[in-house]
Design a protein around this ligand. Structure first.
Ligand code: FES
Length: 247
């Protein structure tokens, strides 16, 4: 299998980037997309060229490190998968595949396809924790939590913080990410004591980081590899209102 990768190359956050094309042979449809990029990098090493910087860790759809735009879609053409779960069988022999980094002011490009997503870490620092003394792991049924609430918390907790929601949003809003992180803790009894302060502080940090506002286009939900529901944003807004009135 042979494709042409059209890849964004950028030296650092200060330099101007540009697309560069690489004809890549010797691929096969069972390779993951990241393995195809590895293959291209091996080719570049042999040619004495600088390799393409891209991020990954688990390669199993868990860590959220590997997000890039592929042909204009966050994580590529399929829904509910990350870039590392995408396979070359999703492309045709001879395709030209455009790969670029997330585009958002709050996610500056560090090099090539790697962006700085530490803004997400700073949002988490503001409230992604509980202060209840939990001690050692309690017996699973010691705190009864209804299935509906447990499911809701787990669905929100599925967010892997990859940043696709920000990249897909025309306003570069981080509201899907922030709302998922707020709601998964606010839903549970252990997270209730600081629900108001968590909501206010995380939303404030989100604004401080320069993310845009949500205009409910739904692009974030469509491109989220974990299928996090946009209803989380409405729920966060409701928590925010309650926090302002009663917090
Ligand atoms: S490398 Fe971990 S989610 Fe893709």
């Amino acid at each position: 299998m042979k494709v042409t990768f059209r890849i964004w190359r950028q030296e650092n956050s200060k330099s101007k980037g540009r697309f560069k094309e690489y004809e890549t042979e010797g691929l096969n449809e069972d390779m993951s997309f990241l393995e195809a990029l590895d293959h291209l990098n091996e080719q570049l090493v042999l040619q004495g060229e600088e390799v393409i910087a891209f991020e990954y860790d688990c390669r199993e759809g868990i860590c959220g490190q590997c997000g890039v735009f592929i042909d204009g879609r966050a994580h590529g053409p399929h829904r509910n998968i990350t870039t590392c779960q995408l396979h070359m069988r999703s492309f045709k022999d001879g395709d030209v595949i455009t790969v670029e980094p997330w585009r958002a002011t709050a996610f500056p490009v560090l090099k090539d396809l790697v962006v700085d997503r530490s803004a997400f870490d700073r949002i988490i620092e503001q409230g992604g924790f509980i202060t209840a003394k939990t001690g050692t792991a309690p017996e699973a049924n010691a705190i009864p939590i209804g299935k509906e609430i447990a499911d809701k918390a787990m669905d929100a907790a599925a967010c892997i913080g990859c940043g696709a929601c920000v990249a897909a949003c025309k306003n570069a809003s981080a509201m899907l990410f922030t709302s998922a992180k707020i709601n998964h803790l606010n839903a549970l009894p252990q997270g209730k004591p600081e629900a108001y302060s968590r909501t206010k502080d995380m939303v404030a940090q989100m604004s401080l980081e320069g993310f845009g506002n949500c205009s409910f286009t739904g692009a974030c939900e469509v491109e989220c590899p974990e299928g996090i529901s946009i209803s989380n944003i409405s729920e966060m807004n409701s928590w925010f209102l309650k926090a302002k009135l009663f917090g």
